[in-house]
Ligand binder design. Structure first.
Ligand code: ZN
Length: 334
């Protein structure tokens, strides 16, 4: 016979008591940040075959697309530039091209949606001819110092254009400090959030994203700067380093296979918001499983996001954001 203390069902037998079992926060609309791909063809609206319902957007289409989402409660977006028309070079000049997709989109969105929080991914891989996230020595290895100087320059230019948040995803050493110093020098440090992709792993889940932004490296891969899959200790070190260097938000990427790292980040940076990027491959995988009849799409999307929050995340970068703006108004299956 079960001991008195064995009885746990009593605590979650009713939808209302189940809701009280969320330790910490439950999913809310303001937790979701929506990643957007912005191309330099201002009128473009290009379907991405590897990412269901996602598109590359031209700046002229943003207001029409985002208007209804903002009305439903969309609070924040993160922008990724996809230059298709101008030639790329070795230092990623297009990243902060004043006429380029990201800077144009920041200005358009600030004007159209004054309350929308605008974050910008900061990296060079979408803009360099070689497709790597930094500047290279002649032998093709990363030259870290000029890389972080260039990244800081790009971040400062996004902040000058009106971005509320800059989010370096490059994984170069010392870039948080370099960006923070750059913002400080320009008088922008106090009004620009610095969200660090601190524990970004060399994951197999980035394929659809690379198609979306056309950033597959022309040679080699990113294993010399993104973290090895098994590297728990290194993840702890990058998280602690980025806290020390002045990051305002710590991110773990991808999400689902790295929830233990999210939980570590929560412990190592208990006073920082912890973000999780539910990456393109996770999104595509959740869709593929639903299509194959393994589970219902909404149920698995919710399960993965609730798991992220349970592990310690307070901010979710997710391609499911538009769906959650509806779903969170109509709870089901509680
Ligand atoms: Zn990159």
């Amino acid at each position: 016979m079960a001991d008195l203390k064995s009885i746990l069902h009593s605590g979650y037998q009713h939808p209302v008591s189940r809701s009280w079992q969320a330790q910490g926060r439950s999913l809310t609309k303001d937790m979701f940040m929506y990643p957007l791909f912005i191309t330099d063809d201002a009128d473009a609206e290009i379907e991405l075959t590897s990412m269901p319902n996602q598109r590359r957007w031209g700046v002229n289409k943003l207001e029409g697309f985002l208007g209804p989402l903002v009305k439903k409660g969309l609070k924040s977006v993160i922008l990724f530039g996809v230059p298709e028309r101008k030639p790329k070079d070795v230092i990623g000049t297009l990243a902060d091209d004043p006429e380029g997709p990201v800077i144009s989109a920041i200005k358009t969105l600030r004007k159209a949606f004054p309350s929308l929080y605008i974050a910008c991914d900061v990296c060079l891989c979408e803009y360099t001819s070689h497709g790597h996230c930094g500047i290279l020595f002649e032998d093709g290895t990363i030259d870290n110092m000029p890389s972080i100087e260039r990244l800081a320059q790009v971040a400062v230019n996004y902040a000058k254009a009106g971005a509320h948040c800059v989010a370096p995803s490059d994984m170069m050493d010392g870039r948080i400090k370099a960006i923070k110093a750059g913002l400080l020098k320009e008088g922008l440090a106090g009004r620009t959030t610095l969200m660090s992709y601190s524990a970004k792993f060399a994951s197999g889940l980035y394929g659809p994203f690379r198609d979306a932004v056309d950033s597959t490296p022309s040679f080699g891969d990113r294993r010399c700067y993104q973290l090895p899959v098994a590297a728990r200790g290194l993840a702890r070190r990058t998280i602690m380093r980025d806290v020390e260097e002045g990051a305002d938000i710590i991110m773990v990427k991808p999400g689902l296979p790295y929830l233990d790292i999210v939980s570590e980040a929560r412990e190592l940076a208990p006073n920082h918001p912890i973000a999780i990027y539910q990456v393109s491959g996770e999104f595509a995988m959740i869709h593929a499983g639903a299509k194959a009849g393994v589970y219902e799409l909404r149920r698995m999307a919710e399960e993965t996001c609730v798991s992220a929050v349970r592990a310690g995340a307070t901010l979710l970068l997710s391609y499911f954001t538009p769906e959650f703006l509806d779903w969170l108004d109509e709870p089901y299956g509680a």
